[in-house]
Design a protein around this ligand. Structure first.
Ligand code: NDP
Length: 624
């Protein structure tokens, strides 16, 4: 450590010992004993914050009381890609049930001004090669992404049996029939041979449990249910309803970073209530030139996914095909390694090198704040003090300059303690009340709580055992996709799986993997597919083992949904992602498919009547 410190001080002017201490102090200020319990569910009196602003609330339809081969719950990116892989495998009878009024998932809900994807469009928009689509910009806007995803659903005929504005209320395994019965808030009772729950990680908006939450008498809404009827304007901004309004926004995460510049443009005055500053890197958005796509070899997108996920998960490589803010730390790691080698000094192990690169990167992020924000006291408050991947990195060229405007005030909430309370008139911080006409909650989504809480309904498996009861001490699965005692049920989520910062990559891997199993079950007349107890125990042991690799990093982090707000108890570790990282995980499941016997799954051939398959295929084609 002494060698490291001297070397860094000499070469880079960075003091790791001081930084470790500063990061610790800033983290400790923010740790709360309630951890995830500090947030409140949008139920009861708060349920209107979840209402869908984009649909006719009086919509009605006939009850469904029939049988399908595959029921997919969720019409976001996961449900769509799973549907695509199932269709490609020849499975015809697919029904999608979706809470929103159309396909799109997070891009259906999040229509706030400035909504766009921080991951480059060439990485984030799936199936670009097959769809022959060229995104308009390097970083695509929310409306463009939503329209594109819906075009995929149309191409793969997923609208045919899709039912929107429908919330599943329960799943019950019928042992005699070997079917799931799926009930909904529309009075449906659907029997399904196989069910896949495609739970988006940002499915349920949440509010901070700030005292007085319900007292505010002005107008308020959550960013994922933007009220354009009140603000005027649209996703491009121009919020002319706010010209004579004092607006407050609580939260400074990736969503606020995108919508604050638009609020700043339009509001008479904007107060930004901050608990922890985000890291704001360069965005550099620009139109994409279709010629950039010319000459790309088939399969380029999957290769690009692999490259991005490799770099962002910290695996050292010389090959950076992405070259943006996400991957910039790899360039720092490379240059550090080269400089060491040139000086004949030993190159630190990759973990140490990554940590040094992180210090350098975050110093750059903090320097950028000083350069952009004119008032040094405001700049100081906007500087993040934690390792970069403790929180979701943000990218914007407009957010920091917004704080130079006379009509924008940053209200730092008592050095990380959060908003004190909400009154009838506004928001109180450090005993001072900020009167507001409109209060916008940019407080994020329910990410780390148990799976069953987040889907919002119970699942009763064999012998009526509830998944919530089985997972009371944490999830138990094979590869995150299925659990013993819950046959023919597949899960797409972040639980016990390999999570890429490019969600499209992660979701595609899961969608393809589950489609492989379902297609084989359909094609080989396998009526029941169930994870064996032994395979599940082995995977849970692997989750526990690899969690240790992550634990030290997560413990040192400032609280966020990445580390369960600092609460790393066993249940949360079991509900967490696979600690071995996404690239090894995708290799594990690819090898599993290649092996051919579907090890760890108990397969029961119960009946001789296979469900319908599509196209002119005599049996489904298995995706590799
Ligand atoms: P986040 O969970 O990232 O942010 C919530 C914000 O609310 C934080 O700044 C948090 O502070 C603040 N907060 C919570 N409680 C209080 C309190 N009591 N007082 C004051 N502030 C409080 O939510 P977002 O909606 O911003 O982002 C969620 C995720 O959505 C992102 O991480 C990202 O994964 C995704 N997203 C993706 C985009 C894309 O490009 N694809 C674009 C936008 C979002 P603190 O930090 O202290 O907890």
């Amino acid at each position: 450590m002494v060698v490291l410190r001297q070397s860094l001080e000499d070469e880079l002017g960075i003091d790791p010992v001081a930084l470790v201490e500063k990061y610790r102090v800033e983290r400790d200020r923010r740790l709360r004993p309630e951890a995830l319990g500090q947030y409140v569910d949008l139920d009861g009196d708060l349920s209107h914050y979840r209402d869908d602003p984009w649909v006719d609330a009086d919509f009605t339809r006939e009850h469904l009381n029939d049988e399908v081969d595959v029921l997919v719950i969720g019409g976001g990116l996961g449900g769509i890609l799973h549907g695509v892989h199932l269709r490609k495998a020849g499975v015809a009878n697919i029904r999608v049930i979706e809470r929103g009024g159309d396909f799109g998932g997070v891009w259906y809900w999040n229509r706030y001004p400035g909504a766009a994807c921080d991951t480059q469009a060439m990485l984030y928009l799936p199936m670009l090669e097959e769809m022959g689509y060229v995104p308009s910009h390097r970083f695509a806007s929310g409306p463009e992404i939503r329209a594109y995803l819906q075009s995929i659903a149309r191409k793969y005929d997923l609208y045919r049996d899709a039912h929107f504005q429908t919330e599943v209320t329960g799943l019950c395994w019928d042992e005699g029939e070997g079917r799931w019965t799926v009930s909904t808030n529309r009075g449906d009772a659907i029997r399904a041979r196989y069910v896949t729950i495609a739970l988006g990680p940002m499915e349920r908006p949440k509010l901070a449990g700030i005292p007085g939450l319900q007292r505010f008498a002005g107008h308020s809404f959550h960013t994922s249910r933007w009220d354009y009827a009140y603000t005027g304007g649209g996703p491009e901004g121009g919020l002319d309803g706010l010209h004579n309004k004092t607006v407050g926004i609580i939260g400074t995460g990736a969503t606020a970073v995108q919508c604050v510049p638009h609020l700043a443009d339009s509001a008479r005055h904007l107060y930004v209530f901050q608990r922890t500053p985000s890291s704001i890197d360069v965005r550099d958005n620009r139109p994409l030139d279709p010629e950039e796509f010319d000459g790309l070899e088939p399969g380029w997108q999957e290769r690009l996914w692999h490259n991005f996920t490799t770099i962002v998960s910290g695996i050292y490589t010389d090959d950076d095909q992405i070259r943006d803010g996400w991957t910039s730390m790899m360039a720092i790691m490379r240059s550090l390694a080269v400089r060491k080698a040139e000086r004949g000094e030993p190159v630190e192990n990759p973990m140490t090198l990554a940590q040094i690169a992180d210090y350098v990167k975050m110093e750059g992020i903090r320097d950028r704040v000083s350069h952009v924000v004119e008032d040094p006291s405001v700049a100081a408050l906007l500087k993040p003090w934690y390792n970069r991947f403790c929180k979701r990195p943000c990218f914007s060229d407009e957010y920091l300059p917004a704080f130079n405007r006379a009509n924008v005030t940053l209200v730092d909430t008592s050095e990380g303690r959060g908003v004190e309370r909400i009154t009838e008139r506004g928001v109180v911080v450090d005993g001072r009340e900020y009167p507001l006409d409109c209060l916008i909650y940019s407080t994020g989504f329910d990410v780390g709580t148990p799976f069953v809480k987040r889907i919002g309904y119970e699942i009763a498996g064999r012998d009526g055992v509830l998944l919530s009861a089985k997972w009371a001490d944490g999830a138990a699965t094979l590869h995150g996709i299925a659990s013993h005692g819950f046959p023919n049920l597949f899960l797409m989520s972040v639980v016990q799986t390999g999570v890429s910062m490019n969600f499209t990559h992660m979701i595609n891997e899961q969608a393809r993997h589950i489609a492989y199993i379902v297609a084989r079950a359909v094609g080989e007349e396998i009526d029941i597919v169930e994870v064996s107890r032994h395979a599940e125990e082995q995977w849970c042991a692997e989750i526990d083992r690899t969690a240790l690799d992550q634990e030290a990093f997560l413990r040192a982090c400032t609280p966020s949904y990445f580390n369960y707000e600092g609460d790393l108890k066993r249940r949360n570790v079991r509900n967490n992602q696979y600690g071995g990282g996404p690239i090894p995980f995708y290799r594990i499941i690819a090898d599993w498919r290649e092996e051919g016997t579907m090890p760890g799954l108990e397969l029961t051939h119960r009946s001789k009547s296979p469900p319908a398959v599509g196209g002119d295929a005599a049996s489904p084609q298995i995706p590799s």
